[in-house]
Design a binder for this molecule. Structure first.
Ligand code: NDP
Ligand code: 2IT
Length: 448
């Protein structure tokens, strides 16, 4: 049983936001694991930290009108949730996907508070996006949409205020169009977005950062438990930015990638993803913007499973890297049955609460999203530092810093889990370590 204070705050969120299931889920996941901290530190309740941390500083919603190539008018909805800036300017990605709504942006913004805190870089939590669907749109349509989106967003952001970046459906192309519009409106040049192109303020290593960081975290977690990636079989979901570079790093470290997927289905690669297949996926997804099914059409030994997820295949490790709630209780049962030893989350909140429960009960090493995928925002933080100093670092330097950051995140999470009596529960450890810094900053800054 969690303390009454925690349960009351959760119930109040449910009452206030009855139509926000993803947000409720994220709040429950974080708050229930904070129980030992809340019991040990009555000052957090005295200062109303939990009531305040679940309520965003502000929510910005706006109309995004744009015209398609036939001249037809479309209207999407834009969001930016500035959740908490106790430890630094708001920071977090933008998601363009038809499923986007306030619940999803709020869950992502809430998670981002603790993730950003874990990186050790002074960044607050925020998130934004739109229900715009980039699939099947021309470059010109995407550009007009981004221009319209930024025409409103620009007044709310700034290098020391709020620094958006990419997420699902927002990559280098979109960041370019968004930055161009911001620059035109404000007539200034500053690091107001991250994930920029190299040559105009972007950091080397940012495209790789989330996927590489995920595998660095996984490596730390395996090593701490007497295991290694070498020779292990790995299920990866998704085939976008995070999945691509997670696959790359698993291959580089001697693991075997057995699956990739997209919203239409899964490919199973019997003998593991090869160099040639990886290059094909990069071109397929980033240039031609095609479907993962083509990998099976092109290569022998690759089978396509329409409308299926990767979790039914036997492997040692799972790296969910597509979207929220992609591993439910049933999927997790399959992972357990197939003897998976570790799950590390590239996506945000890919596991339902039921799935997480099963990992923990079955001693599966579990690397929760806010720790395991923090490499992306960490290198965004490094991009902000480089912009502020008018400098740029080599790929090796960025990669070395990323590696250290992921190692620290693992160690801090492991240490907090142990200190609060739940050794190896990295979910609890990550939530506690991320929370403590923000909560102490909030106390220092008074009731605001
Ligand atoms: P991309 O848009 O590059 O790729 C997303 C991938 O996930 C695609 O393969 C997409 O398939 C699939 N996908 C998206 N939505 C769904 C869905 N509803 N059902 C099934 N498959 C889906 O995004 P990223 O790789 O950047 O993001 C992937 C995950 O990682 C997200 O959860 C994101 O929040 C998280 N993340 C991203 C970071 C980053 O730096 N980019 C940092 C930290 C976390 P399809 O093409 O068919 O839509
Ligand atoms: O979920 C995430 O951490 C991201 N999409 C990256 C955010 C960022 O600001 O780089």
């Amino acid at each position: 049983m969690v303390s009454e204070y925690i349960e009351n705050v959760i119930q109040r969120v449910i009452q206030r936001d009855p139509h926000q299931p993803e947000f409720q889920q994220a709040v429950r996941e974080v708050l229930t694991t904070l129980d030992p901290v809340i019991k040990e530190h009555p000052e957090f309740e005295e200062h109303g930290i939990l009531e305040r941390i679940v309520e965003p500083d502000r929510v910005i919603m706006f109309r995004v009108p744009w015209t398609d190539d036939q001249g037809r008018v479309h209207v999407n909805r834009g969001f930016r949730v500035q959740f908490n800036n106790a430890i630094g300017p708001y920071k977090g990605g933008l998601r363009f996907h038809p499923s986007v709504n306030l619940s999803i942006i709020k869950f992502l913004g809430f998670e981002q508070i603790f993730k950003n805190s874990l990186t050790g870089i002074p960044m607050g939590g925020g998130k934004g996006g739109s229900d715009f669907d980039p699939k099947g749109k021309s470059d010109a349509e995407v550009m007009r949409f981004c221009q319209s989106f930024m025409t409103e967003l620009y007044r709310h952001i700034g290098a020391n205020i709020d620094v958006p970046a990419g997420d699902i459906g927002v990559g280098g192309r979109e960041i370019g169009f968004l930055f161009g519009t911001w620059k035109k409106i404000t007539k200034s040049w500053e690091g107001v977005l991250t994930g920029k192109g190299y040559g105009w303020g972007g950091s080397l290593g940012r495209p790789e950062a989330t996927g590489f960081g995920l595998v660095y975290f996984l490596e730390e977690m395996l090593h701490a438990n007497g295991e290694d990636i070498k020779g292990k079989t790995v299920l990866i979901s998704g085939s976008g930015n995070v999945a691509q570079y997670a696959a790359r790093k698993v291959m580089d470290l001697g693991g075997k990638v057995l699956t990739l997927s997209d919203s239409n289905g899964t490919v199973y690669i019997k003998d593991g993803l090869t160099e040639e297949m990886w290059e094909f996926v990069m071109e397929l997804k980033n240039v031609r913007r095609g479907r993962i099914k083509e990998l099976a059409e092109k290569f022998d030994g690759v089978e396509y499973y329409p409308d299926e997820k990767p979790w039914k295949f036997k492997a040692d490790i799972a790296l969910p890297s597509a979207t929220q709630n992609e591993i439910n209780g049933k999927d997790a049962e399959m992972l357990v049955k197939n003897g998976v030893i570790a799950v590390a989350e590239g996506a945000n909140m890919p596991s339902t609460l039921e799935a997480i429960d099963l990992y923990l009960k079955n001693d599966i090493l579990y690397g929760p999203a806010k720790a395991a995928n923090a490499g992306g925002v960490a290198v965004s933080g490094l991009e902000m530092s480089q912009n502020a100093q008018f400098t740029s670092w080599s790929f090796e330097e960025v990669d070395r810093k990323l590696r250290n950051i992921m190692k620290n995140i693992f160690q801090e999470s492991a240490k907090a889990a142990e200190e609060y009596g739940h050794p190896k529960n990295y979910l609890m450890g990550a939530n506690i370590a991320g929370f403590l810094k923000v909560a102490r900053a909030m106390i220092d800054q008074g009731v605001v």
